[in-house]
Design a protein around this ligand. Structure first.
Ligand code: URA
Ligand code: CA
Length: 432
């Protein structure tokens, strides 16, 4: 069967055979299939979905498209953490030093920006000298020297995902359950940490907009992990508004430093602590004791000291004064009095991409300094003219007036009060 026929079959809602999925994955990793066919198949999958069987085949084929590092063989207690993608999600930058500072090794294979959501690797690369390309041996020596390694997918790890991830990023094909599951789990299983904590984002700023969709993703991801022998928990968390106040790269690194210093955004701090606590519980530790240990690590400066060690070990300079700064700051003001009833986080994420913190084409360079600051929260009482956001302008030339209007429109102000949703909905069982 030609691949064109497979695309047409998926377009018509038919179930793909294992061999067709294998051709798709092989075609992606070997560049045997042209990008237009890969993109068409991604769109067909995105619209038509996949059965559980197809989804399992896709994950397995993507895992088998490359090397497997089996890190748990060398470091059985290493923890990996992954978020399904949101905005202002600075947690990984806090989680890694926090966990390492309480003696739990962290092994993370992080991603770049995807769609409207910013990536941990892009953020780390705003630190002068920070290196994200390491092989297995390099990763083990990083963990040995500083307790944590945050690395990029290598050429050899899930190569099919590397190709498809970049293609999904620019073809509007990110928010599909089977594509997200295969993308995340092929990388997680290839790395092979024994413990995995998943932050499944739910809401307007996430790829999964409602509780049912987030829950099905959490269950699917967790069951793939557990079936492969990984200790795994998935927490569904609120993404109806940006998690932390900053969206971008250097600006998110700076905010992580604030939280690691015992200050900064409470939402970021609370979620980082909760995910770290769940990870310690997965590793067999007592919940109450873990919570206390983690709080102390943030408040005592221990986690901050660990951050500096981690940055140095990765070749970076931890001096925050060296982080690139925006060239201009534009205030975005509220158009009306009332209460902040909704924030379009996805639109803010796209504005962040546009100002330079992300890529509009696959090969576009990132502007480390650019980003957004969100100055109001859901439920806040708002006075007309107050600053609801700031555009942090870098070097990229964009239509700032249009962007300002777009950012202003992302804040919906109404007359009625609203109570904001909880930050953490919990593991999928809690939502039954
Ligand atoms: N993170 C990934 O690695 N892949 C996705 O598809 C979404 C989030
Ligand atoms: Ca850089």
């Amino acid at each position: 069967m030609s691949f064109t026929e497979s695309i047409a079959r998926k377009r018509d809602g038919l179930e793909l055979a294992e061999s067709e999925i294998a051709s798709f994955v092989r075609g992606a990793s070997s560049a045997e299939l042209p990008v237009e066919q890969l993109a068409a198949m991604l769109m067909a999958i995105c619209i038509r979905g996949m059965t559980e069987r197809e989804s399992a085949d896709l994950t397995r084929e993507m895992l088998n498209s490359g090397d497997q590092w089996n890190l748990a063989e060398d470091i059985p207690e290493a923890v990996d953490k992954h978020s399904t993608g949101g905005v202002g999600d600075t947690v990984s930058l806090i989680f890694a030093p926090l966990m390492a500072s309480v003696g739990v090794p962290v092994a993370m294979m992080a991603g770049r920006g995807l769609g409207h959501s910013q990536g941990t690797l892009d953020k780390l690369e705003s630190i002068p000298g920070f290196k994200v390309s390491w092989d297995r041996k390099g990763m083990l020596s990083l963990i040995d020297s500083c307790g944590a390694a945050i690395v990029a997918q290598t050429e050899e790890i899930a190569p099919a995902d590397r190709v498809l991830y970049a293609l999904r990023d620019v073809t509007g094909t990110v928010p599909s359950l089977p594509l997200i599951v295969a993308s995340i789990m092929s990388k997680k299983l290839a790395l092979g940490a024994g413990t995995l904590i998943l932050d499944v984002k739910c809401g307007r700023g996430a790829f999964r907009k409602n509780i049912e969709d987030a829950k099905s993703l959490a269950l699917a991801l967790r069951s793939v992990a557990r079936r492969s022998g990984v200790r795994c928990q998935a927490l569904i968390t609120e993404m109806d508004q940006p998690l932390g106040p900053f969206l971008g790269n250097a600006v998110e690194v700076r905010e992580a430093l604030e939280v690691l210093s015992g200050r900064g955004s409470l939402r970021l701090r609370d979620l980082s602590l909760r995910l770290a606590e769940e990870s310690l519980v997965l590793a067999g530790r007592d919940r109450g004791e873990s919570a206390e240990t983690l709080h102390n690590a943030l408040n005592s400066g221990k986690a901050l000291k660990k951050w500096e060690e981690i940055v140095r070990a990765h070749g970076g300079d931890p001096d925050p004064d060296l982080l690139p700064k925006p060239e201009e700051i534009i205030e975005v003001r509220a158009a009306a009095d009332g209460f902040l009833r909704s924030i379009d986080g996805e639109s803010l994420g796209w504005s962040t991409v546009e100002i330079g913190a992300g890529r509009r084409r696959q090969d576009e360079p990132i502007d480390d300094a650019a980003g957004l600051e969100v100055c109001a929260r859901l439920g806040d009482s708002i006075v007309r003219g107050q600053t609801v956001a700031r555009i942090l302008v870098g070097r990229r030339k964009v239509d700032l007036e249009a962007l300002k209007l777009k950012v202003e429109k992302a804040f919906e102000i109404g007359k009625e009060e609203m109570s904001p949703p909880p930050l953490v909905y919990g593991p999928p069982e809690d939502l039954d």
